[in-house]
Design a protein around this ligand. Structure first.
Ligand code: UDP
Ligand code: MG
Length: 314
């Protein structure tokens, strides 16, 4: 009996990386016996020759299937589309830049055959990422896992194996703004972890700037925790108490010593402080309301222009 395994690969301007990707991936797959493969390539609105190369691949090798987005929808949408289209008994999202080593797939399959429903690949060595990216990532996980009931495993990316039951569970989640790491963690299931050292990019440059990562982290917090909304109530109560105490102090001071200096400074400090607390909390409310707004529009998370390769039930 041969199982069909689906690889889901998001591509955004990866023209330089594709030759390396194929040269490493295909031998790694051939070395694994007893499995059929489908490689679902999602072209996330690339503006270079990525799509041309992918279509050529799908024409030469029926294992390659290509989904062509109408524009750049982002990696999360690309993964969602690939997972939606996957037909395999297990699904493995993998980056196109070889930072997720295909050699690990054999180990993942072994763990899956031994009964795991999710096999995570954990990076033990992120030396290929800069110091700042590593530190901010560590802070993100610590803060997120403190605030949210859904614990996201640290140093685990999207590279993982998911059994069909897990994939079906994921496909049932209706939200449009998809923070995949969080959704993966939310569904749960029997999980096994494999360690690996994360290599540098094979070619090309990273698609995530510092600001994109910041927005991504914010998305993670607000998608999986309402703690940022709730802390303001407590902080507000605390600062209100502080104000009452301070006001009492001023009254008593004035009664005892008289009003020598008009309190410009203290007034100014108090006004700006409370002003800023209010602005921050309004901003936070805005984050959540924005999310509600986006979800209520019920727009799809991606649009497909065309598919290439076998998509007609074969
Ligand atoms: N990617 C994508 N859409 C985007 C940005 C990235 O499909 O808008 C893909 C990209 O082609 C790659 C994967 O997501 O296959 C990971 O991107 P990258 O290597 O730039 O991220 P990093 O490893 O630096 O976190
Ligand atoms: Mg990368």
């Amino acid at each position: 009996m041969t199982d069909l395994i689906s690889l889901v690969v998001p591509f955004y301007n990866e023209a330089e990386a594709i030759p390396y990707f194929c040269a490493t991936l295909l031998p790694a797959l051939e070395a694994i016996a007893g499995t059929d493969w489908e490689i679902i390539c999602v072209d996330d609105g690339s503006t270079d020759t990525t799509l041309l190369q992918l279509v050529a691949l799908s024409q030469a090798d029926p294992r390659f299937r290509v989904i062509e987005f109408s524009r750049n929808f982002g990696k999360e949408a690309a993964l969602t589309a690939g997972i939606d289209a996957a037909r395999g008994a297990a699904v493995i999202p993998i980056d196109a830049d070889l930072q997720d080593p295909p050699e690990l797939i054999a180990q993942m399959l072994a763990a899956w055959r031994a009964g795991a429903e999710v096999v995570l690949a954990r990076r033990t060595d992120r030396a290929s990422d800069g110091m700042l990216k590593r530190k901010t990532a560590a802070w993100f996980y610590r803060l997120h896992n403190h605030m949210s009931h859904t614990k996201i495993p640290e140093n685990v990316g999207d590279f993982r194996l998911m059994d069909r039951v897990v994939v079906n569970a994921l496909k049932q989640l209706p939200e449009r703004q998809r923070f995949m790491k969080g959704l993966f963690a939310w569904v749960g299931f029997r999980t096994v972890t494999i360690d690996y050292a994360r290599p540098p990019r094979a070619a090309g440059a990273t698609k995530f700037s510092g600001f994109a990562l910041w927005n991504f982290a914010l998305e993670g917090f607000t998608s999986f925790s309402t703690a940022p909304l709730k802390i303001w109530t407590y902080l507000g109560a605390l600062t209100a108490l502080g104000t009452v105490l301070y006001a009492l102090y001023i009254v008593i001071y004035t009664v005892v010593f008289g009003n020598k200096v008009p309190g410009y400074a203290s007034l100014f400090v108090a006004i700006t402080f409370f002003g800023s607390v209010q602005l921050i909390s309004i901003g936070l409310l805005g984050e959540y309301i924005g999310r509600i707004y986006v979800e209520t529009k019920q727009r799809p998370s991606y649009l497909i222009r065309k598919t290439h390769g076998r998509f007609d039930g074969t």
